[in-house]
Each structure stands twice: as C-alpha cells, then as structure tokens.
Write a protein that binds this ligand. Structure first.
Ligand code: SF4
Ligand code: SF4
Length: 335
C-alpha cells in the first residue's frame, strides 16, 4: 500500500457533507466518469496540471522549461483568453507530469492538482478545525474522487481519525467490493452514499459504469444498520424527472433498514473554471445551475414515503447522524 495518496483539496467549514462543520478531504482517483462531475480534478489517479488562462501572460517560460515538448507556443493574450478560444497551453497527451513548468511560471498560471499526503499529514491538517466541531457536531468527511479506490489508505485514515476521537463521514459512490465498503463503513460514523440512477442503461450512459453493484451494496449496507445518508445529485436530463424520484423514493423506503435521510443535491455549474483549467470541454458548460426550488416537488415524493429529506444537504437539517434504532454515538461503527 502507498503510504501517501494524492489529495486535491482539504476544504474547511463545509456544511453540506455531513453534520455540523466538516473538513472535507478530497482524494484523487475515481472509477466512474460522471458527465456532470463537480470535481473533475479528482477523477484521474495522477497529478494533473491546471492552466489558468486568466493569469497567463504568455511569457513562454513554461515552453522553455518543458523537456517533453508538451507546451504550446505563446500566442497573444487576447487570442488565448478570448471567449470561445480553443487555445490551451498544455498538450496533455505529451505531458509526463514532471511539473517543471509549474516551477518556471512566475505568474501562478500553472498549478498542480493532487499532492501526496500521508494519513498523519491529512489528520494534522484536519485537527486545525477541531474547535469548530464541538458545538456543531462536525468532523472529517473523506470524499473524492472515490475514497474506496484508495481502500487501504482510506481505512487507515478513518481508523486513525477514530483514535484521535474525530467524527467521520465516508462519502462514496458505493462502487467497490462489499467487504471493502463494509470495512470502511465500520470505521465511519456516517456513510454518505450516492444514488445516481436506478436504470442501468441510463446510469452507464452518464457515468460509464453499471449500477448493479452500487444498488446491491446499498441494500447490503442498509441491512447492517449503518447510519446512511443517501445523496442524490439531481442533474438536468439525467435524473430530474418525477418518475425517477418516485421510483427512488420507493426503492429507498423499501431498504432493509431506514436511511437516516435523503439529500437532494441540485446540479451546479460552479466548476466550469476547473474544466477549463484542465482543458476539458465539459458537456454541461452552458447548462444553468438547477434552482433548488425546483426540487421542492420531488422532495415531497420522498416525504410521502416517510423519508427525511433535505435540498442541498446542509448538515444542520434533519437528524444529527443517528441511524434509527441505534445508540446515538454508534454510527456505522461496531456493526
Ligand atoms: S510560464 Fe506561466 S504565464 Fe508564462 S506562458 Fe507559461 S503559463 Fe503562461
Ligand atoms: S508537467 Fe512537465 S511534461 Fe507536463 S507540460 Fe509541464 S514541464 Fe511539460
């Protein structure tokens, strides 16, 4: 096992990814390829380059520094930065990730997405937020990417967090071997489980992966009595129909044990810049963010089935993370 994994961000004071104030740790690497992904920099399991065209002066230092011929020659700033410009500084297919160009850039236009960190380094960073956890019921949320893609590392990270008496959430797509998922859940207080679509073909068309393992894992994890918050990213043209939400509410209400709550997470386009920095032509580039008010009617479909539901996933709404029928401090541990 690697004693370090790539972390793209440690985000402080998040309120939508578990109860209270959360410190979100984003691990890099994901087996899925969701078309709407809000964190495109977490998909690839290797360091990547951001090129921020608004900061680039086209000085050419990166061209001189690159040993692989992976940097495009400078063009006038207006030409590169103009609306609709197809110019991109980096030829990704040639780039080996040596990062010499980052060191050469004096204008902060090149940045590395993904730095290697050990469990201790991550937790020392997380612990800086400990004063904010006590009154809010917050803690660390391990996200991604897919944390299970770094299964052994994530297990150790959660176990060490437990030793430090930190509240933990595991944010997962559920796409992994069940024994691994159960082990990770067993080291977590709450599992935030993504449900994307019930139709296998639609799921595969938008994520690149079949959903049978995911749905099976959700059923099996529910059977353990784990504290489950099911999170549904609601994406235009994918799963924003009432038919989908009606079926999802039925499916979730029929799980072996009740989920703690369901979070409907409206699609947003705030990640447009990240796609641009990575040189990816995002198919949702021109799509508007989904108005949360649009989700009021779908939310009622879950409430009608007796499910607690939030729009946006604020950790201050609904339950504090306790699975019905389980001790308040048990969470998913000691299953
Ligand atoms: S070194 Fe930086 S500012 Fe200069 S051309 Fe390269 S990315 Fe742009
Ligand atoms: S990371 Fe290395 S190979 Fe890639 S563009 Fe920069 S200097 Fe070239």
């Amino acid at each position: 096992m690697e004693d370090r994994v790539l972390v793209t961000d440690i985000q402080r004071f998040a309120v939508n990814d578990g109860p209270g104030f959360r410190t979100n740790v984003f691990l890099k690497g994901c087996p899925m390829n969701c078309a709407w992904c809000h964190n495109p920099e977490t998909k690839a399991p290797r360091p990547e380059l951001y090129w921020k065209k608004k900061l680039c002066t086209q000085c050419g230092s990166c061209l001189d520094a690159c040993p692989e011929g992976a940097v495009n020659a400078p063009v006038p700033v207006e030409e590169a930065a103009g609306e609709g410009s197809l110019y991109h500084k980096i030829m990704r297919s040639r780039c080996t990730g040596c990062m010499k160009c980052v060191q050469a850039c004096r204008f902060g236009a090149l940045e590395i997405a993904g730095r290697p960190m050990s469990t201790g380094e991550i937790l020392d960073e997380v612990e800086k937020d400990r004063p904010f956890y006590a009154n809010s019921g917050g803690g660390m949320t391990v996200s991604g990417g897919e944390p299970a893609a770094q299964g052994e590392f994530t297990y150790l990270l959660l176990a060490e967090a437990r030793e430090r008496d930190l509240h933990t959430c595991l944010d997962t797509s559920g796409l992994c071997d069940f024994s691994l998922l159960k082990a990770l859940a067993g080291q977590s207080d709450i599992v935030l489980f993504d449900l994307k679509h019930l139709d296998g073909q639609v799921h595969k068309a938008f994520t690149g992966m079949d959903n049978r393992l995911i749905l099976n894992n959700l059923v099996r994890l529910s059977r353990t009595g784990c504290a489950l918050w099911v999170r549904i990213p609601v994406v235009p043209g994918f799963n924003d129909s009432h038919e989908f939400h009606r079926a999802a509410a039925l499916f979730l209400s029929n799980l072996p044990r009740p989920v703690v709550r369901v979070d409907l997470l409206p699609f947003h386009n705030w990640c447009q810049d990240k796609y641009s920095w990575l040189g990816i032509d995002w198919i949702y580039r021109d799509a508007d963010s989904l108005d949360p008010a649009f989700l009021e009617l779908p939310a009622d479909l879950y409430r009608e089935r007796g499910l607690a539901v939030t729009i946006g996933g604020s950790g201050f709404e609904g339950y504090g993370g306790r699975a019905p029928g389980r001790p308040a401090d048990a969470g998913c541990r000691e299953m």
